[in-house]
Every structure is written in C-alpha cells, then in structure tokens.
Design a protein around this ligand. Structure first.
Ligand code: SAH
Length: 340
C-alpha cells in the first residue's frame, strides 16, 4: 500500500478532488501529518469517519522501522529498515546553527567511487519520496527538536533518483508542513551533468554540491568511474551555467586521500581550475573504512593544501570531523550491521 508521506500538498489535493473530497480536507490531513504529527489516521479528530476508513483502507503512514541508533557528542547515526527489509542510514549532526540531517537516497549506489563504502553495495533500488520524508520525521521524533538543514549526502546518488528526490524536496520545503527552507537543503552529486542541467531549470534555491575530489581527469578517472562519462570540463561547464542562471555559489567537495590527490601540485591545479568561479571548497579529511585501502591525508598535508587554496583567494574550509567513532562515513553502519 502506498504511503501518504509520498504526496505533496498539490498531489494530495488532486487526489482528494478525484475521490469527491475537498481541497480543504486535503490541507486538514496535511496539517495532521506534518504539524500535529499523528501516528495514525484515527487520531485525525476533525476528519469524518468514512474518510478515515477510506484512508486506512488505501494508505499507510510510516513504512520505516528504526533498528539502531549510535550516538556521539555531536553526531547521532540512525539505521532504518525499509518495508522490504532493506536497510538505510541517516546521520544527524549538531551544528551551532542547528540540526543538520544527512539522508540516504538509494539502497546501495551504482557510482562505484573507489573510496566510498556505500558503493560496495550496488544499487538495489531507489528510495521513494516518503522513505526520504520519513527519515526526517523519525529523527525529529527521536530528538524532540526540529531539523533545520538537510543534506542529501547519505547512501546513494540523488541525481540517479531525480524525480523522487525533487518530490521529497517539495514536501519538506512546504511552509505548511515540515518547512525546511530551500536554502537549507543541499543536494550533493558526483556529477551527473544532464541531471544538473535539469536541476538548474527547475530548482533554483536548493544548494548544489559537487563531489570533485580531483583537479584533473587522470586522477579523477582512477577514483571515480563516473568521470569516464562526464569529464571535469563537462562539470565545470555545467557549474558555470548553474552560477549564471541561479546567481548562487557552488560547493566543491574534495576528499583528501593520502598520496592520491593531496599534493601541492594538486592544490595548485585545483586553484587554476576554480579561479574566478563563484565557489566554495570543502576539504574533507577521509574517513577510513576497514574494507578500503585508501588512507586519510596527514594533518600537515591537509593544512598545506588548505593554505595554498586560501593564499590564492579560493573560499575554503576543512570539514570538521564528525563521529569517526560512530561509523559516520557513508554506508559504514549498514555495512557493519550486515557484516558486509
Ligand atoms: N553520491 C553523492 C552523495 C553521496 S556521497 C555524491 O557523490 O556527492 C556524499 C559525500 O561523501 C561525497 O562527497 C562522497 O564523495 C563523500 N564520501 C564518501 N565516502 C567517504 C569517506 N569514507 N570519507 C569521507 N567522505 C566520503
């Protein structure tokens, strides 16, 4: 049965009209779901009995089951089971500006980035919009607080599940619902260029982050198979188009891998590549995982890399390291749980 959390307010209204109900009823139900946060249709006390029965007969609410939580001081990791038994993760990070939730978008991932734990499990299926929405609802339930920021950086490639991801963004952005500001939502992609083009046309406002991880095709080819399809030049072209159309800054993520992409030459090459582009570079100390041989760059190397970018007027930060004790790297909790 379909989950009612899969519906935007427009879809719900259209559906209600098609069954002879009113627009007003649809917004009442939406309010029960997202403002009052009921756990069953029976709690919707201003909805007439026959409609409640209809909803019970035709929809479910939650489909996710929380099976494990791991906490650290500033990070909390959630393992969920989907209705078909597959498992996904979400990671909550406590920032000074609020609670940020990193959500998964697929079961597994087909992008095959060599350094990434998630990709060790090939894509089993896309998550539906409701399975994304429910990650937020369940974590807010757990912490009894609001999530202010959402990053689509968990397991999966969001642009390989484009329609469900856009539907999810519409649902959580609704001011009469969960109401997460559009500028507080970040989609991270390994660089599916045609989808970035589509995204530019329809979703100005959502932040775009690109997992670049290398300053040239030679290195990127080795660590990210997607680079065989879309080259760095293709990415830079579409990024320029994004900036021109949306007037917004792009984030580049750059994992520092010891001896692979962290040399001074790499830093200088990155400067050349990004010079004059309205962007921001997030240097990510690699979170080592037991199955993959890559190592985290040395602290001094990270700092030197940072300095070169900084000196050349590239906006840059080193990502604060969250919860290496709670398997916070993508896919680690699922992988440990299933002894994968
Ligand atoms: N597929 C999307 C989003 C999921 S990955 C993308 O590629 O952007 C989210 C980010 O985490 C990416 O930048 C990814 O490269 C990075 N990442 C993956 N494994 C990591 C690890 N072990 N340590 C640090 N960052 C990692």
């Amino acid at each position: 049965m379909k989950s009612i959390y899969d519906y935007t307010i427009n879809d719900l209204t259209e559906y209600f009209l098609s069954i002879g109900e009113t627009k007003f009823r649809a917004s009442q139900v939406f309010d029960w779901l997202y403002i009052k946060r009921v756990k069953s249709f029976d709690e919707m006390s201003n909805i007439k009995k026959d409609l409640i029965k209809y909803l019970n007969d035709n929809f479910v609410l939650k489909t996710l089951k929380l099976i494990k939580v791991q906490s650290d001081i500033d990070v909390k990791k959630y393992l969920f089971e989907l209705s078909d038994g597959n498992k996904i993760e979400a990671v909550l990070m406590n920032h000074d500006y609020g609670n940020s939730l990193c959500v998964s978008t697929q079961v597994g991932c087909n992008m095959g980035c060599r350094f990434c734990e998630s990709g060790r499990l090939k894509k089993v299926r896309n998550l539906n919009a409701n399975e994304l929405v429910e990650q937020i609802l369940m974590v807010e339930d757990d912490i009894k607080d609001r999530i202010s920021h959402v990053v689509l950086m968990g397991i999966g490639e969001p642009f390989d599940n484009y329609d469900n991801v856009m539907r999810f963004i519409n649902i959580i952005n609704d001011p009469k619902g969960i109401n997460i500001g559009i500028r507080h939502i970040t989609v991270s992609t390994c660089g599916l260029v045609p989808k970035i083009k589509e995204f530019i046309k329809e979703r100005a406002g959502v932040n775009l982050a690109i997992s670049l991880h290398a300053p040239n095709d030679e290195i990127r080819d080795k660590i990210m198979p997607i680079n065989k399809v879309y080259k760095i030049k293709d990415i830079m072209d579409v990024v320029k188009e994004y900036i021109k159309e949306t007037n917004r800054r792009v984030t580049f993520e750059y994992i520092l891998l010891d001896g692979i992409n962290d040399s001074k030459e790499c830093a200088n090459e990155l400067v050349k590549l990004l010079k004059g582009i309205n962007c921001y570079v997030n240097l990510i100390p690699y979170n080592e995982t037991s199955h993959i041989e890559y190592k985290k760059s040395k602290k001094m190397t990270i700092n030197e890399f940072y300095d070169i970018l900084k000196k050349n007027n590239i906006n840059v930060t080193i990502r604060r390291e969250f919860g290496s004790n709670v398997s916070a790297a993508c896919g680690q909790l699922r992988s440990e749980y299933s002894k994968g």
